[in-house]
Design a protein around this ligand. Structure first.
Ligand code: F6P
Length: 328
């Protein structure tokens, strides 16, 4: 995976769902690249930009005033063409034609599947940077955008708590996170949720009803039930309907949706994005390829790209038990 030859011109792209902090990461890549006298080429709309040859030269002044902006100024896409036969070879050819010998891909597991294939194609050195609000990537404790999304969802939950307790209604609040429960668990704990429903743990409608009954009997004014969008029992609508039918109570549902993906990145996300962008350039500069940069236990970590999507990141098992204790 490591090769001695140094890179001279590096490409950077953002792919998949955008995440707050991606701009801060692009800025770090461009400026760290410039400090090593590397040319940096932005590729617009993720891997799609490789097929469309949509390139833009980026210097330090081109990334001024973006560290605080949500989304990604390079734009992003989910690219089906990469998965088609011959797609990876075509993408590699496009990089070669533009003289790009190192590529930094910022995104989640889908992005890294493509990045793994590109790194294996051998022409270009590839380094991944984890950027997704889902925090579901193996090889980094936190992904860029997760902290901001948690805080955005938390702001909404705090507001909902005001109305939920005033009218004494249970609320089912659905958060994103794809097939994993990191976002739900994080915002649920921070928002003092009475119940957190995540795909990693089987959901029992009876247990939710029992918890709400207990809350009412012990004088709680509100029950906030945070539902991960990928929960096995369905989304907030399906779960709330079943609970409502069994208990004969009034309830409300709030699906936070794409609000969670937008907004100015938190300080924590900007710092993480800056560190990982810088680290990705250093890795390429040292001739490394086929890795994702990340932080594990507060330390810099390089993880083989393939492991980032083949291996599953663990949720802290004790946290759900803690939620039950704290919600009493
Ligand atoms: O992966 C990020 C994410 O926001 C997920 O949490 C969510 O399931 C998905 O993307 C939504 O994708 P789209 O923006 O394509 O609807």
């Amino acid at each position: 995976m490591n090769a001695a030859a140094k890179v001279k011109r590096i490409g950077v792209l953002t792919s998949g769902g955008d995440a707050p902090g991606m701009n801060a990461c692009i800025r770090a890549v461009v400026r760290c690249g410039a400090s090593h006298n590397l040319e940096v080429i932005g590729i617009r709309r993720g891997y799609k930009g490789l097929f469309a040859k949509d390139f833009v030269e980026l210097g330090p002044r081109d990334v001024a005033n973006i560290i605080q902006r949500g989304g990604t100024f390079l734009e992003t896409a989910r690219c089906e063409e990469m998965k088609m036969p011959g797609g990876v070879e075509k993408a590699a050819l496009s990089l070669r034609e533009r003289g790009i010998d190192g590529l930094i891909t910022i995104g989640g597991d889908g992005t890294f599947r493509g990045a793994t294939a590109l790194a294996e194609a051998g022409d270009v050195k590839v380094i991944g940077v984890p950027g997704t609000i889902d925090n579901d990537v193996y090889g980094s404790d936190y992904t860029i955008g997760f902290d901001t999304a948690m805080n955005t969802a938390l702001d909404a939950i705090d507001k909902i708590r005001d109305t939920a307790s005033s009218l004494q209604r249970p609320f089912f609040i659905e958060v994103m996170g794809k097939a994993r429960g990191f976002l739900a668990l994080g915002v649920g704990i921070a928002g003092g949720a009475e119940e957190i429903l995540i795909p990693e743990v089987e959901t029992s409608i009876e247990a939710i009803c029992e918890a709400i009954r207990h809350n009412i009997a012990t004088g709680k004014k509100s029950s906030i039930i945070v539902v991960a969008e990928g929960d096995d029992a369905g989304g907030a609508i399906q779960i709330a309907r079943q609970v409502g039918e069994q208990m004969g109570i009034e309830y409300r549902i709030c699906i936070l949706g794409h609000v969670q993906r937008g907004g100015s990145p938190t300080a924590r996300d900007r710092i993480l994005a800056s560190k990982l962008g810088n680290m990705a350039v250093q890795a390429l500069y040292q001739g490394k390829s086929g890795y994702m940069v990340g932080e594990v236990g507060g330390r810099e970590a390089l993880t083989p790209l393939e492991d980032t999507w083949r291996l599953s990141k663990e949720l802290s098992p004790g946290l759900l038990q803690m939620v039950k204790v704290l919600a009493t």
